[in-house]
Design a protein around this ligand. Structure first.
Ligand code: SF4
Length: 201
């Protein structure tokens, strides 16, 4: 890898470089869409992401330390965002009786209303994906899952709740299998964020 993927000659000669640049463009699209939602709600992008995360995940994951790992941010940054969400009455906190420094977060009615609407912030990205064939979607999903898995292994992205990092995942002769659900998983069924995921210890 002698030249940057953003070097035009490299990019136009290597498919790998074009994929990297394409992913960078897509990440820019997410950033733009999140900022748009941010302006509409008068919340920062991370505050919106926290609301969406809380609305779809179990209570034990809705803690400052977990959120910090999830979003690759410091606990202090997450705590600042939570302070704002509390002051706007969008989340409520419940202190852990065993450890008074620790608390879980849930959405208030007002928070649920905002999260429900904000959760569609990426629908402009979903629409063109809908137009792909099932085969194109499967190839795309597999490529992305492998990429995320490798980035997770190299420590660039932290928490992953995907099949490939789950203790229940048992591939057999090239067939994906979930020992918990007792079922084969076809390539398009491999999960990226599974509520039953258990970290391999
Ligand atoms: S429990 Fe979920 S993440 Fe784990 S292998 Fe089964 S489907 Fe995949």
């Amino acid at each position: 890898m002698n030249k940057s993927s953003f070097h035009l000659t490299e990019q136009n000669q290597k498919i790998e470089s074009r994929i990297v640049v394409a992913l960078e463009r897509i990440s820019e699209a997410f950033r733009v869409l999140l900022w748009k939602k941010s302006k509409e709600t008068s919340l920062s992008p991370i505050q919106i992401q926290i609301l969406i995360f809380i609305s779809f995940h179990s209570l034990e994951k809705c803690k400052v330390s977990y959120l910090a790992d999830e979003f690759n941010m410091t606990k202090a940054t997450i705590s600042d965002s939570i302070r704002v969400l509390l002051s706007k009455d969008l989340v409520a906190k419940e202190t852990d009786p065993q450890d008074t420094r620790s608390y879980t977060l849930s959405l208030t009615q007002k928070g649920k209303t905002i999260a429900k609407e904000a959760a569609f912030f990426a629908s402009s990205i979903e629409r063109p994906i809908d137009k792909l064939t099932q085969e194109q979607k499967t190839v795309m999903l597999n490529g992305l899952l492998q990429l995320i898995y490798d980035l997770n292994k190299s420590g660039i992205i932290t928490i992953q709740r995907m099949c490939f990092t789950c203790s229940h995942y048992k591939p057999k002769n090239g067939i994906h299998y979930c020992n918990l659900l007792k079922t084969k998983l076809a390539a398009p069924d491999i999960r990226l964020d599974c509520p039953e995921h258990e970290i391999i210890t």
